[in-house]
Design a protein around this ligand. Sequence first.
Ligand SMILES: [Fe+2]
Length: 276
Amino acid sequence: MVGIGFRKDFAEEMLQNNVIKPAFIEVAPENWIGIGGFWKKQFRKAIEQYPLYTHGLSLSIGSPDSLDFEFLKKVKNFLAETNAQLYSEHLSYSKCDNAHLYDLLPIPFTHDAVRHVAERIRTVQEVLERKISIEIVSYYSPVNPEMTEIEFINGILAEVNCDLLLDVNNVYVNAFNHNYDAKQFIELLPMDRVSYIHMAGHYQVSEDLVIDTHGEAIIDPVFDLFDFSMRRLKRDVPVLLERDFNIPELDELDKEMTRLNAIKTAALKSLNYVTA
Ligand SMILES: [Fe+2]
């Protein structure tokens, strides 16, 4: 099952013409909580037609500040009202000293941070009364690391019973920029914890730097890494096509979704797993 990030840029076209038929849509709760008028109606229409997955932006799971419980309450209500199938967040922070930094910053790969983040995920799950899925984010320079990225992620997953959102493009981007093997990294992940996959394009800035922009088409090596991931995963999980900027005609997005579906189906079929 392949879904798409629901964007205002193509909402009307998608809802009226059915040019693309995603298996589900994904939104950031922050962008839709409390919205009224025209967009409220459009959103209602969208969630009547498609199952909803959510991907938060401002929980700031790695922040040293205390959690925003008022905000969490709003998220909890939103998830209930919209019958959201899943809530995911970035393994990053976007708030410090109570100021929003408007960016998703990497958490330092330290022992303290592993304990801190695991504790916060536990609290969030208790408040929301559901498991959340934590996304591997792209980062451009590690901050005083005491361990590798994979040790950091696996350390958190060992301490708290949450799920993992495998963003295949982010793994590709990090492996490229930090010069490690993306497949080896995926091999070291506990695939039984993966509940959701993100796929996106990125922008190549120079010979040795790529940036995760969600503004380009997915490139072939990322499709290959997706195929590799599906063969490691050995089961069907929802896959999202993320496209936030530089949005092309909808049939271009449709082609990408079709290709993702085909890769997934072929990979699982080769393992004798029949997709729903
Ligand atoms: Fe993502």
